[in-house]
Design a protein around this ligand. Structure first.
Ligand code: FAD
Length: 537
């Protein structure tokens, strides 16, 4: 038997919160310091080997669809590995599906963002129903009667895995069905029909090409009503206690996100109640979209953070050519470059979450413009980063027993769903056009940094805006990238240690740009940056 040598010890147990300086600082700065105790507890629980294992199990044994029982009766149920349910128990126990609505207070969205950021590092599939449930609340409030009935269940922290009518359960989760086979970006092409019944409810006929987490207790769904495309709440069970006519045709065989089920469904006269004004389905459901897009930023930042933690941990212990990898100058450069990308994503995301805690004019403009912009750029950076971090572990990074392949497979999904990259950039153009104070709010944020490089970069953006780039769709990605990189630079310059912000500005605002990691110029404190990013030893 060979002796195992030169292998790092397992990272876990570690405290996902206490070991993350960037996150702790952001929680304090963005108004959620009251949550530090709870977040420290959650961080300890998530970083336990047993919890980490739940994520591996839930992905190794993906959900199974049961369409019929042994006699041929319809079931349309999905079975999950117990690890999936245990992770949801932890998540609901921490209020990650609804705490800012159940207990509104300053910093509530930031505190929840910090919790989901930690959960997403350990397992991202369960994030899907949590994000949709969180996002559903403002939309459900458009229908006070439905809200009265459903919100208490949604606010409950007692996860209930049983498949039965929601009124018989301790809690409820809500999913979403918008995308149809013929078009997901252009929702006006939806063909599902909604026929009114005498009691004010509707019967839905049609399909959805993607409907994730189909074991949720209800779904916000778009369908064509007599007065146009409208939003509905469709429960899994009818008020009479029958299974609703939602047929699950199959589960998608996905690249990643494998612990979670994403289904194709048909509605055969499924019972649903209207939410919001008939004919205004898109604006009604888009309110949910803002929150789920924020969650895409959180989820992708979480993937980046976990990839960086694993990479730095490995490099601190693995020796090659008589030196620890973390001390090999070229590896130090790669690690530092990964670390500043991850920190920039986290700092921006937590700052954006704060805008959801505030209701002043600037916060509303930030939500409207920065949410789609940040979703575009953060989600675009995640696959590159997870791939490069995987390489830090060498061959072992390519092996399933490390979490790296799972992070890598998960990395593209947040960019595709809830509005793909181009759709986000076009949305930013619309937001710039329609938000009267957009330019001032952004100018103010860039100017706050009092940093010459950011000032020069911001002038470039001003020129783009003045040159009507905001009306030129072909330039939308370039404009949005510049907006976000300038914002990230400005936030890091104000709030992060100077070695981090100097490296970010030197590499992202001028220099080699972002074509590959490990291109940081000489003269930066790469070793110090890598050290800050690692888990506390
Ligand atoms: C794992 C997973 C889970 C999902 N879960 C759900 C769910 O629970 N509920 C749900 O409703 N949907 C869900 N979706 C669907 C997802 O939201 C859609 O796939 C997405 O919105 C894109 O729609 P589409 O697939 O029809 O692509 P299309 O609309 O055909 O778009 C294809 C490409 O064209 C681009 N494009 C479109 N219009 C333009 C334009 N005008 N200019 C430039 N480019 C353009 C898009 O950005 C995209 O890159 C899920 C998807 C995935 C992968």
């Amino acid at each position: 038997m060979f002796e195992v040598q030169n292998q790092p010890p397992p990272l876990e147990p570690y405290n996902v919160f206490a070991s993350d300086a960037t996150l702790r600082e952001a929680v304090r700065r963005e108004g959620a310091s009251w949550a530090e105790g709870e977040l420290t507890e959650l961080g300890a629980r998530l970083g336990k080997p047993e919890t980490v294992q739940l994520g591996f199990d839930a992905n190794k044994f993906p959900p199974q669809l049961r369409t019929l029982d042994r006699y041929g009766h319809r079931l349309d149920e999905v079975e999950f590995h117990p690890g999936w349910h245990q992770l949801l128990e932890i998540a609901l126990g921490a209020g990650l599906h609804s705490s800012p609505w159940a207990n509104p207070k300053p910093g509530a969205h930031v505190a929840r963002a910090a919790g989901t950021y930690m959960l997403g590092q350990i397992e991202s599939g369960v994030y899907c129903p949590l994000a949709m449930t969180y996002g559903s609340v403002p939309t459900l409030r458009h229908a006070p009667q439905i809200a009265n009935e459903w919100l208490p269940r949604i606010y409950s922290r007692e996860y209930d895995r049983r498949f039965r009518p929601a009124r018989l359960k301790t809690s409820a989760l809500v999913g979403m069905g918008m995308t149809e086979n013929q078009g997901g970006s252009d929702l006006r092409s939806n063909t599902t029909r909604a026929q009114p019944s005498a009691d004010g409810s509707f019967r839905l006929y049609g399909h959805k090409w993607f409907m994730s987490a189909p074991m949720c207790d209800a779904f916000l769904v778009l369908a064509q009503a007599p007065n146009g495309l409208s939003c509905f709440l469709m429960p899994r069970w009818t008020p009479d206690g029958e299974r609703n006519a939602i047929l699950i045709l199959r589960l998608k065989d996905k690249l990643g996100n494998r612990s979670n089920a994403s289904s194709e469904v048909e509605f055969h006269g499924a019972y649903a109640q209207p939410v919001g004004e008939e004919g205004r389905g898109i604006p009604t459901i888009i309110e949910m979209g803002n929150y789920t897009r924020l969650d895409c930023c959180i989820g992708s930042s979480a993937l980046m953070r976990q990839a960086v933690v694993q990479a730095v941990h490995h490099a601190r212990h693995r020796i090659a050519f008589q030196k620890k990898l973390v001390d090999q100058p070229l590896m130090t450069n790669v690690l530092a470059d990964l670390a500043i990308e991850s920190e920039a994503a986290a700092v921006l995301t937590m700052w954006l979450a704060r805008a959801y805690d505030e209701n002043n004019e600037a916060a509303l403009a930030i939500r409207r413009i920065v949410t789609p912009a940040a979703k575009f750029w953060i989600c675009k950076r995640t696959p590159f980063l997870t791939y490069e971090a995987m390489e830090v572990l060498g061959g072992s990074g390519y092996i399933e027993e490390s979490i790296m392949p799972r992070l890598y497979r998960e990395a593209p999904v947040n960019s595709i769903w809830e509005g793909s990259g181009n759709i986000m950039c076009l949305d930013v153009l619309r937001a710039l056009e329609r938000t009267p104070n957009a330019a001032e709010v952004l100018r103010h944020e860039f100017g706050e940094a009092k940093n010459a490089r950011i000032k020069t970069f911001a002038e470039r953006i001003e020129k783009r805006l003045a040159a009507h780039d905001h009306a030129d769709e072909s330039q939308a990605r370039a404009l949005v990238r510049d907006l976000i990189v300038a914002l990230q630079g400005s936030l890091l310059a104000r709030h992060s240690p100077s070695n981090v912000s100097d490296a970010f500005c030197a590499s992202r605002l001028d220099g080699e740009g972002t074509s590959a990691f490990g291109l940081l110029p000489r003269g930066l404190d790469a070793r110090g940056i890598a050290e800050r990013a690692g888990p506390a030893n």
